[in-house]
Design a protein around this ligand. Structure first.
Ligand SMILES: *Cc1c(COP(=O)(O)O)cnc(C)c1O
Length: 299
C-alpha cells in the first residue's frame, strides 16, 4: 500500500484571469495530492485519532458514515496502513454496494449496516456502546472524525497557512476541519466556511462551542451555494468545474470543493473582498467521489 505523503501538498496560485485580479493573491492548498484515497483533510482528522488508538492499545477502530462517505473509506485505508482492524457502521441498507463501500471492504473494513432510524440515534451515549459490545477493545471515531483528536489534527494544517493570508476558505461537512483551522490560525485571519448542504447554518452553534474561546471570532459560514442539497448538483456546477480545470489545471470534487469555489467566485464578482486581500483556499480532496459524474467531466 502507498503511504500518505504530506510533503506532496503544495500551494498553487490560481490563474489571475480566473479571479480577474480582484484580490492580491488567491492560492489553493492542494491537500488532494497527498493520497488518492485518504484525501486531504480526512487524513489530518484521522492521524491523531489513529495515534491515540494505537498508543492506548485499542485493537479495533469503529466509525460510521453513509454509503458515499469519504471519511469511511479514508478510515478503512488508514487502519490497514496502521495495521489495526476497522469496522464501519453504515447508514441504510444496500443491496448493491456503492463504489465507496466496495473500496472499504477491499481495505479490510468490516461493514455493519443499520437502518436510518437506528443511525439517527448515533449521538446518544449508549448507541456506540451497544453496537460495539460484541467487538473487542474498540476505539470509536465519530462520523467525520468530529472529536478533539480530529480538530487537533486539522489544526496541524496551520503550518501551510502563513500570516500573509487575510482569508482562508474551507469546505464544511461536520465543520471539524474549519474549527481545527480556526483554533490554530491567527485571530486576524478570517476563516470562511462553505457548507454544501441546505440550511448549513445549523452548524454555527456547533462551531462556536468547539472553537477555543479566544479564537471564537473572525469566522463565517456560508450555506447559500448548496445546489439543491448535499450531494446534489446541476449542469451549471459541472460547467463551472470544467471551466475551473481548464483555467487552473485543478480538478475539483462534485460534493464540496466545487461548491466552495463557485461561491467564492461569486463573492469575488460581488466585490466581497478588497484588492489587498490574500486568500488561501483549501482543496480538501474527495476526488474519488467524482465517479458518479465522471462522464460529464473533462478531466
Ligand atoms: C469530508 C470533506 C469535507 C468536510 O470536512 P469536515 O471536517 O467534516 O467539515 C470537505 N471537503 C471534502 C472534499 C471532504 O471529503
Amino acid at each position: 500500500m502507498d503511504t500518505i505523503d504530506e510533503r506532496l501538498a503544495v500551494i498553487q496560485p490560481l490563474n489571475k484571469f480566473w479571479y480577474a485580479n480582484k484580490v492580491a493573491a488567491l492560492d489553493m492548498l492542494r491537500l488532494d495530492l497527498i493520497h488518492p484515497v485518504v484525501s486531504g483533510n480526512k487524513w489530518f482528522k484521522l492521524r491523531l485519532n489513529m495515534n491515540h488508538a494505537i498508543e492506548s492499545g485499542y485493537k479495533t477502530i469503529i466509525t460510521s458514515g453513509g454509503g458515499f462517505s469519504n471519511h469511511l473509506v479514508a478510515t478503512a485505508y488508514a487502519s490497514k496502513l496502521f495495521g489495526i482492524k476497522s469496522i464501519g457502521v453504515v447508514r441504510g441498507r444496500y443491496n448493491v454496494l456503492t463504489p465507496t463501500l466496495e473500496a472499504c471492504k477491499e481495505y479490510g473494513m468490516e461493514l455493519v449496516f443499520v437502518t436510518r432510524e437506528d443511525y439517527a440515534g448515533r449521538h446518544e451515549p449508549n448507541w456506540a456502546r451497544n453496537l460495539v459490545a460484541h467487538f473487542d477493545e474498540t476505539f470509536m471515531i465519530p462520523e467525520g472524525g468530529a472529536n478533539e483528536w480530529g480538530r487537533a489534527g486539522a489544526g496541524l494544517l496551520n503550518r501551510f497557512i502563513n500570516g500573509q493570508y487575510t482569508h482562508v476558505a474551507v469546505a464544511v461537512g461536520s465543520a471539524t476541519t474549519m474549527i481545527g483551522i480556526r483554533n490554530k490560525t491567527s485571530n486576524q485571519q478570517q476563516i470562511l466556511g462553505f457548507a454544501p448542504m441546505k440550511q448549513g447554518a445549523y452548524l454555527n452553534g456547533y462551531i462556536s462551542t468547539h472553537a477555543v474561546p479566544e479564537k471564537n471570532a473572525n469566522w463565517r459560514l456560508f450555506d447559500n451555494w448548496h445546489f439543491g442539497g448535499f450531494g446534489k448538483w446541476s449542469n451549471e456546477l459541472i460547467g463551472f468545474m470544467n471551466e475551473f480545470y481548464k483555467e487552473n489545471n485543478i480538478p475539483l470534487d462534485i460534493v464540496y470543493t466545487s461548491k466552495m469555489m463557485y461561491g467564492l467566485h461569486e463573492m469575488l464578482t460581488d466585490n466581497f473582498f478588497t484588492e489587498s486581500d490574500k486568500i488561501l483556499c483549501i482543496h480538501s480532496g474527495g476526488l474519488q467521489g467524482n465517479v458518479t459524474v465522471k462522464h460529464l467531466l473533462k478531466y
